[in-house]
Design a protein around this ligand. Structure first.
Ligand code: NDP
Length: 277
């Protein structure tokens, strides 16, 4: 089973299907990420705010996979916006991960109330120029945040990682990404499990012998999204990877489009401060 690589606007590639570790308890992270690597994931998505970067780093060491065989993303914590704050936060993350370089660093939330993400972006560019990070991107940015970034920097984010699933499809933002060479990366791709009882997804799955989770992940892949489902269970990790032997028809994709509710499940980037300490 080969996970396809997607090319980014800086010419690096990213495995299109990865593994997320939000809400994975720190004390279980090493075991869970070891399981994920064992079943075939080669892209791990963590964040300073998840407090489990060290477990991710230990799992990668324990796997004996080469550094170039595992793609690692982490994110700048919300309390660290600002130029020097970002440089310092990056070093803390790298100490936790125990890695020499990072594949992808994201500004986790725009925090428009603080209004300092441009300073952080400048620090991201510094770190990238120094070879510490291959690719730089953002998360939870709205069109207006992306426009502000574009007006103040020549570095286009490689991805914008956003809440996206069949109930909240983010078509406007995805179109902006497409027009500007930014890859859409879907967080909570299964709406934290809420999509899994959706009759339409059950029905589509029955045509292919696939579960609603597999149909949903396939839908993301068919749309060109990078997608990072999370599971603490090894059999579900495998299930979520087993999506490369079918594709959805245009009619099926059109029917899933009608599941849009216009309601996000997660925090609203316009107001989320994310300072949970
Ligand atoms: P997901 O949409 O990936 O759903 C995870 C939930 O679905 C868990 O409860 C899991 O249960 C369950 N699940 C997974 N696979 C299956 C399956 N095959 N059958 C049944 N249940 C299943 O939610 P997340 O919020 O975790 O999003 C994924 C990743 O996105 C995060 O881990 C994180 O890396 C990233 N993220 C980023 C954010 C950001 O602000 N940038 C915000 C939120 C998430 P179980 O674990 O018990 O198997």
């Amino acid at each position: 089973m080969e996970i396809p690589l997607t090319i980014l606007n800086d010419s690096y590639t990213i495995p299109q299907l990865g593994f997320g570790v939000y809400q994975v308890p720190p004390e279980q992270t090493q075991r869970i990420v070891e399981d994920a690597l064992e079943v075939g994931y080669r892209h791990i998505d963590t964040a300073a705010g998840y407090r489990n970067e060290d477990g991710v780093g230990r799992a990668i060491k324990a796997s004996h996979l080469g550094r170039d065989q595992v793609y690692v993303t982490t994110k700048l914590y919300n309390d660290s916006h600002g130029y020097q704050e970002t440089l310092d936060a990056f070093e803390r993350s790298m100490d936790q991960l125990d890695l020499e370089f990072l594949d992808l660093y994201l500004i986790h939330w725009p925090r428009p109330i603080a209004d300092r993400f441009l300073e952080s972006w400048q620090a991201f560019e510094t770190l990238r120029s120094a070879g510490r990070i291959h690719s730089i991107g953002v998360s939870n940015f709205r069109v207006k945040d992306l426009e502000k970034l574009a007006a103040n920097s020549t570095a286009t984010p490689v991805v914008n990682q956003i809440e996206l699933h069949p109930y909240f499809q983010q078509n406007e933002l995805s179109e902006y990404h497409h027009a500007h060479g930014i890859r859409t990366e879907a967080w909570s791709p299964l709406d934290q499990g809420r999509v899994l009882n959706e009759p339409l997804l059950v029905e589509i799955g029955s045509r292919y012998g696939k579960t609603p989770a597999q149909v949903t992940i396939r839908w993301h892949l068919d749309k060109g999204n990078v997608v990072i489902p999370k599971s603490e269970h090894k059999h579900r990790m495998s299930e979520n990877l087993n999506v490369f032997d079918f594709t959805l028809t245009a009619e099926e994709i059109a029917s899933i489009k009608k599941l849009e509710t216009g309601q996000r499940s997660g925090f609203d980037p316009s107001e989320f401060e994310g300072l949970w300490d």
